[in-house]
Ligand binder design. Structure first.
Ligand SMILES: Cc1cc2nc3c(=O)[nH]c(=O)nc-3n(C[C@H](O)[C@H](O)[C@H](O)COP(=O)(O)OP(=O)(O)OC[C@H]3O[C@@H](n4cnc5c(N)ncnc54)[C@H](O)[C@@H]3O)c2cc1C
Length: 484
């Protein structure tokens, strides 16, 4: 959106957000009828994010019969799904983060929320109903939008970090914990999450060392108690990681700076998990919504609601709250956002006359993963697949890997688009690790297009529908090599 000079001057008096306020008010129901008559996918409440906040936000509209749609994004269940133990959610006894999220997801579904395993790639706020672009190439229009995209681990900005990211340096214990198997792992951080990561690695790592920058941990006392007396977890205080060092095989050691003695010394490890500061996931909203100095989505000033400065758009959870970041508070805020969406719909007269319109045109998300994608679990099966006459697309993935989840939408679209010319298979990298070595795969997800049993094109690491589509086209155009 390009603001005029006049608008810029006015905006400088009124505040940045006015500049981006979309040109509508109140709801123009004819736009809804037009979308419905064109069978365009339209929903009353779209929720971006399938973590605790997004699912809690779904409860009020779901209970009111609005069938909110939750786009889960790259990390279904959000950060909490990684927690080894959750013991501070009011009313719930100790349970794992995954079990807690299963309960919440079940509750939201029971009330009628639709939970869709797609990523929102773009949010167009220049006209209403708001348009969401999804990573399988489709669009959805929404009367209200709740932003619950959470946060991800920030990087340290030190040397070696980019080189070894995904090759010994990770942030997700759930997805990459198996890499620590039998190794001496390092966890950088001293908060609750760092301790949760150390507990998560207990069955895998030979030993884990937490590197804490100050003289004490910032984790809650009760969390610190959990690692006291454990022989396979130790803590180093007053240490800052200055560099990650290694060779072509991976990480060999880190350089540790002692903040008391001011000496720097090497510390041997081949496996590191970052558990330091979080960065709010605001990429989609930059230039559309105000962002605070903490990098969070700004809520409407002087308001106890979760409304943002844009009409009908709410935000909640760690994407808008840099302070509390606990499930009890963020699920409360998520619930408020769901109620705010209902109030907004009612304020603008979205009443019983419009509801039947939406019900006559229900949103049907694609089935993901595509039903014809099969899994290869043994080397024997792999050998048989290589002999297939049709070209074969192989995806090497890991369960819980956010980049792999991001590629499920694109992979489903490609599988459908090429259903007559391509067979698609998934391989869990941990189940057939010898293939990772054989094909020299450095990043997952990795997509290998095979013809006559030989690789003709490859795409490694996170990409998108265009990237995958280009790789497949390129591979299909290649002449088939001689049969194996
Ligand atoms: C290991 C670990 C243990 C923890 N233990 C505890 C604990 O015991 N108690 C406690 O109170 N807190 C705990 N926390 C913190 C808690 O998990 C977070 O406060 C909480 O998960 C934040 O919820 P959220 O929904 O706001 O964001 P997140 O959990 O980060 O969820 C964000 C969601 O948004 C989705 N998303 C992102 N981008 C997009 C997009 N473009 N399109 C669609 N979706 C998108 C993601 O896929 C994800 O589903 C822990 C955190 C970790 C990492």
């Amino acid at each position: 959106m390009k603001p005029s000079l006049g608008k810029l001057i006015i905006a400088s008096f009124l505040g940045y957000s006015t500049l981006f306020a979309p040109p509508f008010c109140p709801i123009d129901s004819s736009k809804i009828s037009a979308l419905v008559s064109h069978k365009a996918p339209l929903v009353a409440v779209a929720i971006i994010g399938g973590g605790p906040t997004g699912l809690a936000a779904a409860l009020p509209p779901a209970r009111s019969g609005y069938q909110p749609v939750v786009f889960q994004g790259p990390k279904p269940g959000g950060e909490l799904a990684e927690a080894q133990v959750v013991e501070n959610w009011p009313g719930l006894e100790k349970l794992s983060g995954a079990a807690a999220m299963e309960k919440l997801e079940h509750q939201a579904r029971e009330f009628g929320a639709l939970i869709v395993p797609l990523v929102v790639d773009d949010l167009d706020v220049t006209s209403w109903p708001y348009k969401l672009t999804l990573n399988n190439g489709t669009h959805v229009y929404a009367l209200t939008v709740i932003i619950a995209t959470g946060s991800t681990q920030g990087m340290l900005g030190i040397e070696g970090e980019q080189t070894y990211w995904g090759r010994g340096l990770f942030s997700c214990g759930l997805c990459d914990g198996s890499y620590a198997h039998g190794k001496d792992a390092v966890i950088i951080g001293g908060g609750d999450i760092a301790i949760q990561r150390a507990l998560q690695l207990l069955p895998e790592a030979r030993h884990s060392t937490l590197i804490v920058p100050g003289p004490r941990m910032t984790a809650h006392e009760s969390m610190q108690e959990k690692i006291k007396g454990l022989e396979t977890i130790s803590v180093l205080y007053n240490k800052e990681v200055k560099e990650i060092v290694g060779d072509e095989k991976g990480i060999t050691h880190i350089m540790l700076y002692d903040t008391v003695t001011h000496e720097t010394s090497p510390f041997t490890t081949s496996c590191i998990f970052l558990s330091t500061g979080l960065t709010p996931n605001i990429e989609l909203f930059k230039g559309k919504l105000d962002i605070t100095k903490d990098g969070c989505v700004t809520l409407k000033e002087c308001s106890r609601s979760q409304n943002t400065v844009l009409e009908g758009i709410m935000a909640a959870g760690t994407v808008s709250d840099p302070t509390y970041r606990q499930i009890a508070t963020i699920t409360g805020d998520g619930n408020k956002a769901g109620m705010d969406a209902l109030s907004w719909l009612s304020k603008w007269g979205f009443d019983s006359t419009l509801r039947p319109l939406l019900s006559s045109n229900p949103y049907t998300p694609p089935v993901i993963p595509h039903p014809s994608i099969k899994h290869i679990t043994t080397l024997k099966e792999f050998g048989r697949v290589l002999m297939e006459p049709k070209p074969v697309l192989l995806e090497f993935y890991a369960p819980g890997c956010p980049s792999c989840r991001k590629m499920e939408g694109p992979l489903t679209t490609i599988t459908e688009d090429y259903k007559t010319s391509l067979n698609v298979y998934k391989i869990d990298k941990d189940k057939l690790y010898s293939l990772i070595e054989l094909y020299d795969i450095n990043f997952i997800p990795a997509f290998l297009l095979m013809k006559n049993g030989k690789e003709v094109s490859r795409l490694e690491g996170e990409s998108n529908l265009t990237g995958l589509s280009d790789q497949v086209k390129k591979g299909l155009e290649q002449q088939a090599p001689q049969k194996l």
